[in-house]
Design a binder for this molecule. Structure first.
Ligand code: G6P
Ligand code: MG
Length: 216
């Protein structure tokens, strides 16, 4: 049977990773905490709650649970202001082409994202119809690097993990895919995503031949 293909969203399909970074950094600065793009790697693939916990830990700060909720909401509103500007033109290079190709070849396709905004963003990008299953931050209880999100996605696609391929830009996500016994394809820097079975800077770096090898 055809390999099941699972895509992460942020930083793989669309470059929202930079918006998460900007929105978190704005908020952190308000709390008197600063962090760099390097530290931000640790927030990629990580849930909203866990991200704020990490930022607070970096700054040695604590918040009441009300403030915590308030700040998360503020971050999300700020983030969505960036997201609202996105159009189909912001889909990362070659992603649309590969989705179309996989669809043509009748591969089962799923989204496996930690984001609670995933459905909204797919819709805005007009990509929803490519996905046979969507597992996002609303369905998952254990965040990446726990494999839950990808295992659920494979289950919905009726595929066994060994027959699934995951495209991921985060360390936590690559670890989740590996733990799920799936083929992990890192999208980003080799120095960051070294644990993945394959790493490419972006989809334009994957030749037709290699893409077919990986997905077949
Ligand atoms: C993705 C991103 C993270 C983000 C998380 C939750 O995994 O890589 O940076 O924190 O989703 O996103 P949300 O849109 O629910 O805040
Ligand atoms: Mg990501």
């Amino acid at each position: 049977s055809k390999k099941a293909i699972i895509f992460d969203l942020d930083g793989v399909i669309v470059d929202t990773a930079k918006f998460h970074f900007l929105a978190w950094r704005d908020l952190a600065n308000k709390l008197g905490i600063d962090f760099t793009e390097k530290e931000n790697e640790q927030l990629k693939g990580v849930s909203r709650v866990r991200s704020l916990e990490k930022i607070l830990a970096w700054g040695n700060k604590e918040l009441s649970s009300e403030d915590f909720e308030q700040y998360m909401q503020e971050k999300n509103e700020n983030y969505l202001k960036y997201v609202d500007q996105l159009t189909q033109a912001d889909i990362l290079p070659d992603v649309h082409k590969r989705l179309e190709e996989l669809k043509q070849k009748q591969h089962p396709i799923a989204l496996g994202s930690a984001s609670k905004n995933a459905r909204r963003i797919l819709k805005q990008m007009q990509l929803t119809h490519y996905f046979d299953a969507i597992v996002d931050g609303n369905e998952v209880t254990k965040a990446k690097p726990d494999p839950e999100v990808f295992l659920k996605a494979a289950e919905l696609l009726k595929a066994s993990p060994e027959d699934a391929v995951v495209f991921e830009d985060s360390v936590a996500g690559v670890q989740a895919a590996n733990q799920a016994q799936m083929l992990s394809v890192g999208i980003g820097e080799k120095s960051v995503l070294g644990e993945a079975d394959y790493v490419f800077k972006d989809f334009t770096e994957i030749s037709d031949k290699v893409f077919q090898q990986i997905t077949n």
